[in-house]
Each structure stands twice: as structure tokens, then as C-alpha cells.
Write a protein that binds this ligand. Sequence first.
Ligand code: UDP
Length: 311
Amino acid sequence: MRALITGGAGFLGSHLCDRLLAEGLEVICMDNLLTGSTDNIAHLAGQRRFQFIHYDVTNYIFVEGSLDYVLHFASPASPIDYLQLPIQTLKVGALGTHKVLGLAMAKKACFLLASTSEVYGDPLAHPQAEDYWGNVNPIGPRGVYDEAKRFAEALTMAYHRYHGVDTRIARIFNTYGPRMRLKDGRVVPNFILQALQGEDLTVYGDGSQTRSFCYVDDLVEGIIKLLFSKETEPVNLGNPDEFSIVDFAREVLELTGSKSRILHQPLPVDDPRVRQPDIAKARNILNWNPQVGLREGLKKTIPYFKEKIAI
Ligand code: UDP
């Protein structure tokens, strides 16, 4: 069995490379290294079943030989990244998804789209179930990511319905763990880094907005179960344990033993007020349930950041 993972040198992509290799597959990792890094896959170099191709998937993709699975994980994924890379974000979600779906169709491979909770925008339904259509501002700063992913979902369903491509859509909620970029701007790396370096923790707004954080190993397990299932409609994957951002900051301070203080900064435009996945569907269809609580997950993540800071 042979799999291609776009964005394979990114945070989630690289963990998926590891997992698919462990499952016995041959893995081709494709990445333009815009936000990914070869550091994340350096340990795989030289492995017989692993290959890295430095490539931008918004262009026509040629891959020699057969493919059984195509996982499309390429995209900037941090709000800071997609604000700085708005055109690339739109292109990889739209043009990139088109190219990768075309490749999957040509190879008769099963295609999995890494979609996102951002398709729900600033949600008016709570928690968010798959049948909620979302509340997205198409022209706001986050629109470049949200709309690209919504388009990607629509295109995936079109290839499934019109061309009969075997497809999966994972709606991924906030996920964290080792290999997140130190300065990717998301709340988990920001707070851990700030706490470890004795800097103030930058809580945006009053910190009452909520997020639900999933440890990377749980997420990868969910992706694999979805990939090997028959479910072609979108499935939420995330941990439903919901925290306010200010409580999350306190948790990071406690676990790092940091003396840093909390500093309130302006709330970014269109920042979702609440976010919590309804994972009933994943529980029922995939028999999947996240196992790692926030404290346990942070205890596995903080040492990674300590090590990276020391380098
Ligand atoms: N946030 C924060 N301080 C930071 C970074 C993020 O308070 O230094 C907040 C942000 O406003 C949002 C939440 O934390 O409400 C999660 O932000 P993140 O960038 O991780 O991703 P999002 O869930 O918004 O896509």
C-alpha cells in the first residue's frame, strides 16, 4: 500500500507519516516547506519506505507508480500564518485541493481532506455538530482560510458525487503536541513559550472565549480510523473538553511552574467566541474517543518546547 501526504512536513502531516509507516505503508511526503519543516521528518530520512518531495501542490502534480491513499494536509493552519499568507492559503485550499483530487482520481486512490472547525466560523450553534452550516465572514481576515476549506469540502463532495472518487472529510478542531512550530502564533505554542521564557502570557480579549484542545496522538488515531472507514460525509475530530482561554493560560502557568503574568491584548477580528466539537458521529461510526486529557497532553508537549528553546 502506498500513501501520499501533502503537507507531510507539517505538524499533523509529519505525525501521519510516522503512523502510516508504522502501519506498514510506503509513504510519499510532499511539502513546499512554507510553514512545514524538514526537522519534522528528519528522523525518517533514509527509511526504505519513505520519500520526501519538495513541491507546491497548487501546481500540476506528477507521481510515478500507484497510490492507494492521498491525504491532503497542506495549508497554513495558524491564524497568524494565514493572515500573512492569504493568497497562498486560498490557493492551496482551492487550486491545491483540485490538483490533489485530480491525482487521487487518476490513481483510483482514497482521498482524505484535512478540513477544519473553521468551516463553522464564529458558531451560532454550540457545540458544533456536522449538520451545522456555519457562520463565516467571507471577506474578513480569517475568510481566506475558512472559505478555502469550505470550497475544498465542496470540491471533495463534487469529485465524490460526480466522479465517484472515494473521499473522506475530517473537520479537525484545535490540536496540539510536539512539532508545532515554536512561533506559529497559535495559543498553545505562544503560552508555553511565553511561560518557559518568563514573558507575559498574551491573552487576547478578556480570555472568556473558549477552545477545546485535542492531543495530536488522539487526532492521528481519529484520522486513521476515518481513512480506513467507509464514511464519505464530514466527521468532526477533536476533544470536547472545553476551556476558556484565560483558564488555559492558568493551566500552562501551573504546569510550567512559571512566574509569568497574564497580559490582555486586543481580540483579533472575527475570533470565534466558542468552539467545542460534537463528536457523537466519530464515537458511533469510528468507535473513536480521545484518551489524552489536557494536563496529560501538556505534560507531553512542554518538554518538546523546552528542548527546542535549548537548541
Ligand atoms: N489567543 C490568545 N493569545 C495568543 C494566541 C491566541 O489569547 O497568544 C486566543 C485567540 O484569540 C483564540 C484562541 O486563543 O481565541 C485560540 O487561538 P489560536 O490562534 O490557537 O487558533 P484558533 O482556535 O483561533 O484558530
